[in-house]
Design a binder for this molecule. Structure first.
Ligand code: SD4
Length: 302
């Protein structure tokens, strides 16, 4: 069996995020603290235009962020379509720990964050603004996403949500997920990432799952919850992720061919796996043996 602790996260930028999480996990710290600290790395990264600050705006020029977090006790918190706060994962955790609620959205989420002492600031960077203005020339909205290194036009706008799952030395599981959503989306659009059960789910008896890709198809199938429930029935993490991908293929074959969705999961033993619709999905793994492993996810459309 794999050695605990272990942390896994989506995409190649998961490596840097995992390393940050490891500074907590490696010292015997709590998985919840590790996943929050970990995903803050891509949230702060100015070269990352799909998470946190510097995220591409919606079609009206607003940077609106989505995030959620879930701990080993089944506590969870979430923010959606939140503007002006650079670290939505911090706010999601505050919603979880300091309010009787699970989810705050829009201006209410921003207001709560400011009341908690977080800074209200402009998140749109000059680079993101430039790309948005370029996009406005054609206004073509084609959600072809998450195919890393793809030459497909439009794709450069649309990849990388970070979903992270960790098991700490005590065997407790937590997860976090954060994104700016699909670039140039409709104002007010919310994807799967801040929705508990869709973009992220953790059950400390079984394991955790997270997703990346076109959130609409993940929401329809309550993807991450499905993956965890399949693991409860005995599926391996990879087999559970594959079955969740197959739901999308079966229900919407024409859509499925054109988009990317990837699931990533870990079980209580620390075994992990992933599966995606398309080639190009990768995930990062960090444990005491190796801190910077990048694994290619298996995929359906060959
Ligand atoms: C969304 N799932 O908003 C997110 C986007 C994403 O990689 O994963 N991008 O639908």
């Amino acid at each position: 069996a794999p050695k605990l602790p272990v942390v896994i996260s989506t995409w190649d930028f998961g490596i840097a995020a995992n390393k940050e999480a490891w500074t907590i996990l490696g010292k015997g710290g709590r998985a919840l603290d590790a996943v929050e600290a970990g995903v803050k790395i891509p949230e702060a990264d100015l070269n990352n235009h799909t998470v946190g600050r510097a995220g591409y705006p919606d079609r009206d020029g607003h940077v609106t962020l989505d995030a959620c977090i879930m701990d080993e006790k089944g506590n969870c918190g979430s923010v959606a379509a939140m503007e002006y706060i650079a670290h939505p994962i911090e706010v999601a955790r505050m919603v979880m720990e300091k309010t009787p609620h699970v989810m705050l959205v829009g201006e209410g989420a921003t207001q709560f964050a400011v009341e908690q002492g977080l800074k209200r600031e402009k998140l749109l960077t000059p680079e993101s603004e430039k790309e948005w203005k370029k996009w406005l020339e054609t206004k073509q909205y084609k959600p072809v996403m998450n195919i890393e290194n793809s030459q497909k036009p439009g794709n450069q706008y649309n990849h990388d949500t970070i979903g992270m799952l960790a098991i700490d030395a005590k065997g407790n599981i937590s997860g976090a997920c954060t994104t700016s959503g699909m670039a140039f989306k409709m104002h007010g659009r919310v994807g799967d990432s801040p929705i508990i059960g869709a973009g992220l789910y953790v059950d400390n008896e079984v394991g955790g799952a997270t997703s990346t890709g076109v959130g609409e198809e993940v929401i329809r199938n309550v993807g991450s919850f499905l993956v965890v429930e399949l693991m409860r029935q005995g599926y391996t993490p990879e087999a559970a992720c594959k079955e969740a991908v197959m739901r999308i293929v079966k229900k919407k074959p024409d859509t499925a061919k054109e988009i990317q969705v990837g699931f990533l999961a870990i079980n209580k033993k620390g075994e992990y796996g992933a599966y995606a619709l398309q080639d190009g999905f990768s995930y990062a793994v960090c444990d005491s043996e190796k801190q910077d492993r990048l694994i290619k996810g298996k995929f359906y459309y060959k």
